[in-house]
Design a protein. Structure first.
Length: 141
């Protein structure tokens, strides 16, 4: 079972130029977007959180980056969570049993909320970056 549905969006030069033009008109923070309704033609305000996502996509396209859109289920199996974190399932279960990653039971099966797994993934990246910077600082001495 796949843990995500992904679509890679590749912007062409025209898309990138349009994104650059739009990005130059947006504030550094707090951009708000509206969407036109097909049914009535009325402007529908886009919530702040979604506006932030749209702004991030625009900035990425303006810089010439490929954008990957991915959807994930609300909860993950331990196998899917381990794959996402890049660890073995036994390593994940040690972290779960130690209380490092929250989990819950569905019948006799352990499940993890996707948000908790993504939070752990981000924390792991931060720890790796800190360790790398520490090693680099030692080399500079």
């Amino acid at each position: 079972m796949a843990t995500t549905d992904r679509e890679l969006l590749l912007a062409n030069e025209r898309d990138q130029q349009q994104a650059k033009t739009l990005a130059s008109q947006l504030p550094d923070r707090g951009a708000r977007f509206t969407a036109a309704s097909d049914k009535t033609g009325d402007a529908v305000p886009v919530p702040n959180e979604l506006s932030q996502l749209i702004a991030q996509v625009i900035q990425a396209v303006a810089r010439g980056h490929a954008v990957t859109v991915s959807s994930m289920p609300e909860e993950l199996t331990t196998t899917a969570a381990a794959q996402l974190l890049g660890v073995s399932r036994p390593t994940l279960m040690r972290k779960v049993n130690a209380g490092e990653i929250p989990s819950h039971k569905v019948g006799s099966h352990t499940r993890l909320w996707t948000t908790d797994v993504l939070r752990e993934q981000q924390a792991r990246r931060q720890r790796q970056l800190a360790a790398f910077n520490e090693l680099r600082a030692l080399e500079d001495d």
